[in-house]
Design a protein. Structure first.
Length: 179
C-alpha cells in the first residue's frame, strides 16, 4: 500500500463528526472534503492532451462560491501528481474552466450547480459536487453518511469524458454508477 493510498484511507475513516456544535461540524466536513479533493487526482487518468505540456501544474478549480478557503490551498500544497505541483484556481463561471483537471462545482446565485455541470459536460474535467447543494451530481459527489464524509462516483459520466477512475478509488466509494 503506497503512502497516498494510506492517507486517503486515513482521511476517510477518521472523519466522524464528533463536535457538538453545527458550525464546528460543518467546518470539520469542509476540512475533510478539502483534504480529499487534491488526492482524487492520484486515482484518475485523463485523456491524452488534457495534461499540460512540460512541468505545468495540475489544476484544481473551485467554480462558484468557495467553501474551503485556505484549507484547500494547504491541502493542495502538500500534494504532487505525476511530478506536478497542484495549483488551485477559483473561478466564477465554467467559461473560465479551460485547463482545469478537477473542478469542485459549488455554484452561485447567478450560475446554479446544474448549469455549471452542463457547461463542463463535454470537457475532460473531473467534476466534484456536494450534497449540501442539492440534487445535482458531478462525477464524484460528497455526502455525509453516518456522520462521515463519504462519496459516490459516476463512472459512466467519467468514461464519457475519457477519464478513468482507479479501482482503488471506486472501492472506497459508497456507491458507483457503472459504465
Amino acid at each position: 500500500m503506497n503512502a497516498g493510498w494510506g492517507i486517503l484511507w486515513a482521511v476517510l475513516l477518521a472523519s466522524p463528526i464528533m463536535t457538538p456544535s453545527r458550525a464546528s461540524a460543518e467546518t470539520s466536513d469542509r476540512a475533510v472534503k478539502a483534504a480529499f479533493l487534491p488526492r482524487f487526482a492520484r486515482y484518475a487518468t485523463w485523456p491524452p492532451g488534457a495534461m499540460p505540456k512540460g512541468s505545468g501544474p495540475f489544476v484544481l478549480c473551485v467554480i462558484g462560491a468557495d467553501p474551503f478557503g485556505a484549507m484547500l490551498d494547504n491541502a493542495a500544497r502538500t500534494q504532487v501528481v505525476d511530478g506536478r505541483r497542484i495549483a488551485v484556481r477559483r473561478l466564477q463561471s465554467a467559461d473560465e474552466a479551460d485547463g482545469c483537471h478537477i473542478a469542485f462545482v459549488e455554484g452561485s446565485r447567478n450560475q446554479p450547480v446544474g448549469q455549471l455541470l452542463a457547461a463542463l459536460a463535454q470537457k475532460p474535467v473531473l467534476t466534484v459536487t456536494d450534497a449540501t447543494n442539492g440534487g445535482q451530481h458531478g462525477i464524484i459527489h460528497f455526502s455525509i453518511v453516518a456522520g462521515r464524509v463519504r462519496f459516490f462516483i459516476d463512472e459512466a459520466s467519467a468514461a464519457r469524458r475519457r477519464i478513468a477512475i482507479s479501482s482503488r478509488l471506486l472501492a472506497l466509494a459508497i456507491g458507483v454508477r457503472q459504465r
